[in-house]
Design a protein around this ligand. Sequence first.
Ligand code: AMP
Length: 421
Amino acid sequence: MNYRIPTGTKDILPSEIYKWHFVENKIRDVMRRFNYAEIRTPMFEYTELFSRSIGESTDVVGKEMYTFLDKGNESLTLRPEMTASVMRAFIENSLGELQSLNKVYYIGPMFRQERPQKGRLRQFHQFGVECIGSQAPENDVETMAVALSIYEELGIKNLNFKINSVGCHTCRPRYREALVTFLENVKNDLSAESQKRLLTNPMRILDSKNEKDFQLTANAPLMNSYLCKECSAHFDKVQAMLQSMNIAFEIDGRLVRGLDYYTKTAYEIQSENLGSQNALGGGGRYDLLAESLGGKPTPAVGFAAGIERLIIVMEAEKLSFGEAPKPDVYFVVLGETALKAVLPLARQLRQLAFACEIGQNDRSLKAQMRDANRQNARYVVIIGENEVAQNQCAIKDMKSGEQKNCPLNELSVVLNGALKP
Ligand code: AMP
């Protein structure tokens, strides 16, 4: 074979697509119940949108973006996440003028040039929501409830739901100062990566995966003891609302998330079944993003979650993805005359909503039966020259093995009674 799939990407094959459909249907159904409308934006944007909004000092912008010059010499980037794109679309289409609160969701592929490993790909899929236009804590909680409902209704257990507040432009600078003072004292023992972050993005050092960094920062000051009055009240309300809804959570003062535009609430949902890439999804409030992109100041909150990781967890927990689709009826066709009779019959049944497969006419009865079995067909209808001559067919119930004859013109009625699609 001369060609292989690019590193860090995966084919989703026909044999597994039903899992994706099952998960996507659940996502769409929960979104409908929470009254979020889908938004679809382009797979690529002008590079500046992401570098501006996500932040030059983040891994995503600094190392992971698929950026290229197009033939017009414009710098474009395959989207590494959706919040920036949604906010761009929100501002560009003046969605805020139509209604004060815009609740949107998305499902689609994202692209990051990371080192591939289990649960980490270069093209992966996310679903997520953005709730734009309100700073009320109930909206933070609503986005959390959307994500948690999806996991819960899919049957996922052993989740850790962690929340924190990362403050705002009033209280964060004071905290940042205290943190940097603390880190300066242990600077020389920090990992090279964290030493770099000390200058660019010191809060990220708190979620370093390096064990030594973790120990060195065990007593580092945490944002939640530096919150201003407003952020503190907001965080209290979020917690009270979660409690009122019986949603279990844990406060994690070290939860900072990787993206610069977060303000106030940050949260993450982790699974014990994911190994080192344990985050199923995360989100938070980003009240400053709209303004930084040239829009009117517009508070917003949202989350993004990975679909590959969700499927990994469902498989690990042996959860059901529903049934793979299978034909209701498989026509075993023996000869040209039979095929002529089958084509209109299959057309009629498909119009009546039955899933039909027509066996390959040049293959033997045995081969077609084997294929019907492999495809898990519910009924097999056998039609050969003799059957056509007598206006008959044989119907075999593949569950019971029972076979009986049926007049051709009664086939749809008989199947309708048996299958009731
Ligand atoms: P982030 O925007 O980085 O917080 O990502 C949100 C979620 O998307 C994560 O919790 C993962 O479930 C998923 N995700 C992020 N990056 C990748 C990746 N490279 N491969 C697979 N899933 C990813």
